[in-house]
Design a protein around this ligand. Sequence first.
Ligand SMILES: [Zn+2]
Ligand SMILES: [Zn+2]
Length: 312
Amino acid sequence: MKTLKRLITVLLCAIISISFIINVSAATAPKITVSSVEAIPGKTVKVDIAISNNPGIMAMAFCITYDTNALTYKGYERGYLTSYSVYPHEDEGHVSFVNIENKDVAKNGIIISVLFDVKSDAAPGNYAIALANSNRNKYGTKLHNSFSNSQQDFVVPVVTAGSVTVQESCESIGHSFGEWNITKDATCTETGLKEHICARCDAVEEVEIPVTHDFEAEWTVDKDATATEDGIMSRHCTKCDALTDQKTFKLGDINGDDIITGKDSVAVMQYINGVNVDINNYAADVNDDGKINNKDYVLLVRYLNGWNVELK
Ligand SMILES: [Zn+2]
Ligand SMILES: [Zn+2]
């Protein structure tokens, strides 16, 4: 009974002291954050190991662990520290990092950025990038073994692990192309080029732009219409001799339906009265005086009524 009592007391003390340590360290402890990134298979990612709330650390030693099923260590980029060594243990899936300064350094920022190649056959999913004690084989899993200050006190950081999220490859779900970007304008005589880039894998697709003319919106009469012959009209290119939409038209066929009827007299009357109707101006000037007015309307009505008049 006495033993049991003592055991409970010891346990209670242990629980109290643990929670005390956690409360104290949570407020003052440095925070180490491993970044989380996304990539498709075959790409290289950069994972930052950053510190904040740094109280001053003289020595750091830790391992960056990663999943060798999905990632291959490629290298690193230096952070704010000057004196350190980095050693990859690729067969074990970790990169060891050791830094020793000549005094406490209380800077915040990126300690090191690690580059990983995402394997081309990596399955889509989330792969953790975490910190582990570099001395773990000898001292167990206590991370605080690895951070200490000039007083030879342990500094216990709060570590937030990161990850590499491997997305589906473009081979399996297709590219995600952005907007077309014209890299070479087409002209009247030469084809142009346009490209768009996949936002996921940076693949570039290039497509030829056909020869492009700058056709006027206005029509040009290529051949006047007469009482006996159809006219010809088209839209011309402003830069070369090319033309498009070439068509024939009859004098008096004001609405362009290929026959001359009462509808054409209605259309020209509406036009004269300011109604917004779509008419063929060249077919409407039936008396060929260069204007479209009541005289054209009268002449057209007389023509339709069988008078002995001529559209000219
Ligand atoms: Zn792609
Ligand atoms: Zn042209």
